[in-house]
Design a protein. Structure first.
Length: 298
């Protein structure tokens, strides 16, 4: 056997050994990848189940019936998000039956923490409101209750709470964060945005809150939309935004609150090209129909 043949055979042996080692490495990598895939699948399944449970609980928490309040009409819609949740709303009478409250909250966090924030908001809001506390004091109390349970950089909450007195049809309200509240004058059609006075509630929140007042007249409307409405995106990554929401409100039929709510939803679905949304959506439309109590007093 000449030297060239020997060198070639040795080279072949070395390559075969390397091939065996590579095959062993490949097998080990495949085994590790299979294990990692099983862990990932388990995690995805667990998170999916948690989100489904959260959505189901949230559906139960969101009210389906409201008190019969003479002179005022409501139309509401809640759509749970496929990826992120945390909305809650309620309409309820006070101990003083001539007053009622509207509460809309939007919280964000990881899986169940968002729902947990909504539950706390629901409990604190109704208990304090029925004692007759002013809206800014109610929200201040909520902040105190939420703070121990919130995590830095993960949890936040936007909140609108308004109290309407049917003696005068004045609404006292406090708006914190990024929910949108639009007031439409029933006579002129002019629309005004009730601006937020403070940023969203986060860990360590220390803002001093105050109340604002707006007088409602017959045929006036209030449109309250959670953050998810304006943050809805289309296939190009554009947000629905305040301008499109305003156009939907102004372009809606004036025949009733349900028609306005449906127009907003129609424009949202048309913009997103979908009937499913990644974030929770909450829309509350309120209209003053007549001043029954004032007429009766006169």
């Amino acid at each position: 056997m000449d030297s060239k043949t020997l060198i070639l055979e040795n080279k072949i042996v070395e390559l075969e050994k390397e091939l065996v080692l590579k095959e062993q490495d490949l097998l080990r990598y495949k085994t590790e990848l299979t294990k990692a895939n099983h862990v990932l699948e388990k995690l995805i399944h667990q998170v999916t189940q948690e989100l489904r449970v959260a959505a189901q609980i949230q559906k139960v928490l969101v009210p389906t019936t409201y008190p019969n309040i003479q002179g005022v009409e409501f139309s509401t819609k809640f759509i749970p998000g496929t990826q992120r949740g945390g909305d809650y709303f309620d309409i309820f009478e006070h101990d003083d039956k001539l007053k009622f409250g509207i509460l809309v909250s939007c919280s964000s966090g990881y899986t169940m923490s968002a729902l947990f924030l909504s539950v706390l908001l629901k409990m604190a809001g109704q208990m304090e409101a029925r004692r007759g506390a002013e809206p800014h004091l109610v929200i201040t109390k909520m902040v105190q209750e939420l703070m121990p349970h919130m995590q830095h950089g993960k949890d936040r909450a936007s909140l609108f709470y308004g109290v309407i007195d049917r003696r005068t049809f004045e609404m006292q309200y406090c708006q914190v964060g990024n929910n949108l509240i639009l007031a439409v004058d029933g006579e002129t059609g002019k629309m005004t945005a009730l601006r937020s006075e403070a940023p969203p509630i986060v860990k360590g929140y220390s803002h001093q809150l105050t109340c604002q007042t707006v007088v409602l007249n017959p045929c006036d409307r209030l449109i309250i939309a959670s953050e998810g409405v304006v943050r809805t995106t289309n296939l190009n990554g554009e947000s629905f935004g305040l301008d499109r929401l305003s156009q939907a409100v102004l372009g809606a039929p004036q025949s009733g609150v349900h028609e306005m709510r449906n127009e907003i939803l129609y424009q949202l679905e048309k913009f997103a090209e979908s009937t499913e949304f990644s974030e929770d959506l909450t829309i509350v439309v309120t209209e003053v129909k007549e001043r029954i109590l004032k007429l009766a007093r006169n």
